[in-house]
Design a protein. Structure first.
Length: 558
């Protein structure tokens, strides 16, 4: 391969002055032939803790086979990962969103330090997916991201279950609707093996978003983690990165403004996670693309909800794969005129060319037709108002409710709210307010699946609303508003609410308000005192100092 293909790594491997570097590399098994080829960094997010990334060590071997067969030399390295499902509802969950930045930073550092000619990032758990793509955008050498794939559904009482059902079972158990034996039985069978959580939760949401963005090969994400086709998908990615190097195609060539709109449309038509707002805003900033929170709302207004996927629907990721995979989603969007057709992807083909290759399983009922949408508009909306001047996100997939007015029940941390739910302290029509859980206030903007799942399991999902400056799991459903900005710890209006204040959610008007005058809110905030920070040193304190608003993607800034 030409010297052009080693336009970066030659500074590490070539010439007499680089003999010490070559000696070090030969110590771990690389040969002169290896070092004469383009060097491809394989950024792996494997950890032994939890199923989402557990299989990525093995999958990386198939990626490396593909790279070698196509004329490159892979060099694998690892970064961190935090399992949201394991840490959910604990103080450990504060590390999750923080890990997105650490993942991006660490991949960037290894790539810059070793001057790779190309990269493939392997992701699985929620924050590894955007974290890897943020890094690829920063480094901007020919690259792609491979998602490890979804877990298969578990089986409980002869029905499919996911981790969503497990969290809701906690609430059902606390309400006396499930026995100890039934809870243990579901616990033992909900997660049958490797792979990321099975519904259209955050992992699968971001996986399809990045296929539509073009940075992952379309069709690769919908192949489940343990499916026999996954090794071939990985090998193909190894070949693709070498094609990208030959064509000198880098992530920022692919991740355009139009490509981000394609990604948002895919999220909205599949009823995806509200976390996609944070993550796509963050990736756009790294790619130098002008994207803002309002863009999600106008795209939602014209995008029909077509996917009958959990948490709001009936099916899981494996069902979508069997129906024909993510290409069907692209095909629907193309036919609806909702795709920017000429956007490039890492396969070398446009998104429209990929969409036209869709092979839909006859009679499938997972993805509705354009003439039979589940809803005429997308899976979530952006609200503003006197409680959220910078905006917040409300998921509307899975329910028909468009208005709620009720008294606030205010909690200054997730644990206190969870205790109230489990002890029967939340009543129909209440508005559960959880604050000081934002990017700075948490710090780390914990997900609230434990609370929202417990509310649903206790039978309150349809009668109670919830708002927080934290965020939700992609498995959350119900009348739940997250990412309220500005957050409480920076004197956002959510800090002014007290028990009994009447809070109004109005989807039609895109408003979230409290029945207080601006003067009353200002007077209360004048007497407000910021809580003591949870961390005064280490990575959490550093993150709290540097992180931006949720309305800007909660990215860290120098």
């Amino acid at each position: 391969m030409s010297d052009e293909a080693k336009r970066h790594s030659g500074a590490i491997t070539d010439g007499p002055s680089r003999a010490p570097a070559r000696a070090m590399l030969k110590a771990v098994g690389f040969t002169d032939t290896d070092l004469s080829r383009p060097i491809i960094g394989i950024a792996n997010t494997w950890i032994e803790i939890g199923p989402c990334t557990y299989h990525l060590r093995e999958l990386a071997e198939y990626v490396k086979e593909g790279v070698r067969a196509a004329g490159g030399t892979p060099m694998e390295f690892n970064t961190v990962s935090i399992s949201d499902g394991i840490t959910m509802g604990s103080q450990g969950m504060k590390a999750s969103l923080v890990s997105r930045e650490v993942i991006a930073d660490s991949i960037e550092l290894v790539a810059v330090g070793n001057m790779f000619d190309g990269m493939i990032a392997l992701s699985g758990c929620d924050k590894t997916i955007p974290g890897t793509v943020m890094a690829l955008a920063r480094v901007n050498v020919p690259s792609l991201m491979l998602y490890g794939g979804s877990i298969m559904p578990g089986t409980f009482q002869q029905r499919d279950v996911t981790i969503q059902d497990m969290f809701e079972a906690v609430g059902a158990h606390a309400a006396g609707k499930m026995t100890d034996i039934e809870l243990k039985d579901m616990e033992d069978h909900a997660c049958p093996g490797a792979g990321a959580c099975g519904g259209q939760f955050t992992a699968n949401t971001m996986a399809i978003a990045f296929e539509m963005l073009g940075i992952s090969p379309i069709g690769s994400a919908s192949v489940p983690a343990t499916h026999p086709d996954k090794p071939d998908v990985a090998r193909q990615c190894g070949h693709l990165v070498m094609d990208l190097i030959r064509n000198n195609t880098s992530p920022r060539d692919i991740m355009t403004r139009n490509a981000f709109e394609n990604a948002i449309s895919a999220v909205l038509t599949t009823g995806g996670s509200t976390n996609s707002v944070l993550h796509l805003l963050a990736v756009a900033q790294e790619a130098g693309v002008d994207l803002n929170i309002e863009d999600f709302d106008w795209i939602s207004e014209k995008t029909p909800l077509l996917a009958d996927l959990k948490p709001g629907g009936r099916f899981v990721a494996n069902d979508l794969f069997e129906a024909g995979g993510n290409r069907i989603v692209a095909s629907r969007l193309l036919k609806a005129g909702l795709l920017h057709e000429n956007e490039r992807t890492v396969t070398g083909r446009t998104i429209a060319e990929e969409a036209k290759e869709a092979k839909e399983t006859p009679g499938q009922i997972v993805i509705h037709g354009l003439d039979d949408p589940i809803k005429p508009t997308g899976g979530y909306v952006i609200l503003k108002g006197n409680l959220a001047p910078e905006g917040c996100v409300l998921k509307v997939a899975g329910h028909q409710k468009t208005h709620h007015r009720g008294p606030a029940r205010v909690f200054d941390c997730e644990e206190d709210a969870m205790e109230a739910v489990l002890n029967g302290g939340i009543k129909p029509n209440d508005v559960v307010v959880i604050r000081y859980e934002g990017p700075k206030g948490g710090p780390g903007m914990r997900e609230m699946l434990a609370v929202t799942g417990a509310l649903v399991g206790a039978g309150l999902g349809d009668s109670v609303a919830l708002m927080t400056d934290g965020r939700f799991s992609g498995a959350t459903h119900g009348f739940m508003v997250g990412h309220v900005a500005p957050e409480a710890v920076v004197r956002g209006p959510i800090a002014a609410i007290v028990d009994g204040d009447m809070v109004v959610f109005d989807v039609a008007s895109r408003r979230l308000d409290v029945d207080l005058s601006d003067e009353e809110i200002a007077a209360r905030l004048e007497n407000w005192t910021a809580p003591e920070p949870s961390f005064t040193q280490g990575v959490m304190a550093k993150y709290a100092r540097l992180v931006s608003s949720a309305s800007e993607g909660a990215v860290t800034r120098a």
